[in-house]
Design a protein around this ligand. Structure first.
Ligand code: 13P
Length: 258
């Protein structure tokens, strides 16, 4: 089963309008380096339109093929939710993807599997592809609870999704201890959990559906460690934080998956 590789840049709360524009233009201008790898840029919400314009997006289609993603959203369609962004608004400004349940959302902003589940369903309902994040803390790994934690997160975040919907989503396995620490998971550690996740998807839907779902690895991915990760059978791309803020590094990672 060959799955189209996908490398996404999670810019988190970084850059400014000018730098965001320049980075998007640089990635779009050099997208050919990534070959058939799908590239997604996820800027801060304030710059979604700016980056969408830089990518030349018209109704989510960009000439370079580089697409736009958000880092979060609310699960409700509209209403009195001060400071929140509705799923359809993301579509309206050109997003095709939305990162959901990132560990920073879970730990710093109290997002639960139930909330991630509601958001995942809401994203799918408007045609956005959710990138659903899961991953264990160092404490959990050291207590041999990685499998249990990831199982709870996957089953909770994806509860009630049809096989047709499961097939459309992207999963990101991001061990919390590897995020922003420079401590990347070894290719074997990552592959082991990716295989567990694919097994869980198989149980939720079917092995055939699980074989179609793309599972990204995230956590200190850099150009010099990406190739070993990309060589693993169940690693279908990367969700990149720090290294996505430089076009050279982001494209270097994408090339490793090409
Ligand atoms: P780093 O690549 O900076 O470790 O961040 C990973 C991440 O959280 C991507 O969502």
């Amino acid at each position: 089963m060959s799955r189209k590789k996908i490398v996404a840049g999670n810019w988190k709360m970084n850059l400014d309008r000018v730098k965001a524009t320049e980075l998007a233009q640089a990635v779009a201008g050099r997208h050919a380096e990534a070959g058939s790898v799908e590239l997604v840029l996820c800027p801060p919400a304030a710059y979604l339109t700016t980056v969408g314009t830089a990518l030349g997006l018209v109704h989510a289609v960009s000439p370079s093929g580089v697409t736009l993603g958000a880092q979060n959203m609310h699960d409700k369609a509209s209403g009195a939710f001060t400071g929140e962004i509705a799923p359809a608004m993301l579509v309206d400004v050109g997003c095709s993807f939305v990162i959901l349940g990132h560990s920073e959302r879970r730990t710093l902003f109290g997002e639960t599997d139930g909330m991630v589940n509601a958001k995942t369903k809401a994203a799918l309902a408007v045609g956005l592809t959710p990138i659903v994040c899961v991953g264990e803390t160092l404490e959990e790994r050291e207590a041999n609870r990685t499998q249990a934690v990831v199982t709870t997160q996957i089953n909770g975040s994806l509860a009630g999704l049809s096989a047709a919907d499961l097939e459309k989503i992207v999963i990101a396995y991001e061990p919390v201890w590897a995020i922003g620490t420079g401590k990347v998971a070894s290719p074997q550690q990552a592959q082991e959990v990716h295989a567990i996740i694919r097994g869980l998807l198989g149980a939720l839907a079917s092995p055939a559906v699980a074989a179609k779902v793309r599972i990204q690895y995230g956590g200190s991915v850099k150009p010099d460690n990406a190739a070993d990760l990309a060589a693993q059978p169940d690693i279908d791309g990367a969700l990149v934080g720090g290294a996505s803020l430089k076009a050279d590094d982001f494209l270097g990672i994408a090339r490793a998956f090409a």
